[in-house]
Design a protein around this ligand. Sequence first.
Ligand code: 5GP
Length: 236
Amino acid sequence: MDNNQPIYTGKAKSVFRTPVPGELKVVFRDDITAFNGEKKDTLAGKGQYNARVSAFFFELLEKNGIPTHFIRMEDDKTMIVRELTMIPLEVIARNVAAGSIVKKFPFKKGQLIDPPVIVTDYKSDEHGDPSINDDLILALGFLTTEGLREVREMTLKINKILKDFFLNVGITLVDFKIEFGCSGDKIYLGDEISMDSMRLWDIQTGESMDKDVYRLGTGDVLSVYGNVVEKIISKK
Ligand code: 5GP
C-alpha cells in the first residue's frame, strides 16, 4: 500500500494511512474554502494554526473524559489519529445566534441561546449539507437511539468545556461544528476543532476571530487565526 497517497482529501485536510494498523495521519493543509468550495485560497501557515488549536482542544477534552481520535502530533501540521468509521453528520452547538440559524429562524444575530441548541446537518456536498433530524438519522442507520443520546450528551459536555475555556481568554464561543466516528462500538470525537469550524467573538469588541473573517472578507485571516493561537497557548 502506498502511504504517500491520501485515502481521503477534504477541503482543508488530507488523510493518509500509516504503517500502524488503526492509526491514520491527518495533514492540515494551508487551503481555506467557503460557500461549499466556491471561494478558495491558500494561506501559508494556516494549516499549522488549525492543527495546533485542534490538538490543544482534543487534549483538553480527553482530560475531561471525552474520547477523541487524537493520538499525538507528528509535526506542526500533522496529527496521528485513531482510525474511525465516520458518521456523516455535522453536529452543531449554538450558544449565540449567528450564521444559518439567523437566516432560517426568527433569531436576531447576537441573541443569546440559553440553554444551548444542537442542530445536525447531513454531511454531503452532493446534497448541500441539509438539516437532518433524529428520525432521519435512525431511518438512514447513521446512529442507534443509544448512539443519538451519547452524541447529544457528549456535544453538550464539549460545549460547556469549550465555552468556559474561551470565556477565560476573553472570547465568546458563539457556535461550533463537530463530527463523530466509531471504532468498534465506541463513539469518538473526530475531525477537528479549529477556527474553521467555530464562531468566536472577541468579548470586548465583538469582532469575529474565525472563518467568518474569510467568508465575509472583513480582515487579515492569518493574523486573526494567529491571535487565537496566542490567546490559547498563553493560557496554557
Ligand atoms: P452555520 O450553520 O451557521 O453556517 O455554521 C454553524 C457553525 O458550524 C459555524 O461555526 C461554522 O463554522 C460551522 N460549520 C458549519 N458547516 C461547516 C462545514 O461544512 N465545515 C466547517 N469546517 N465548519 C462548518
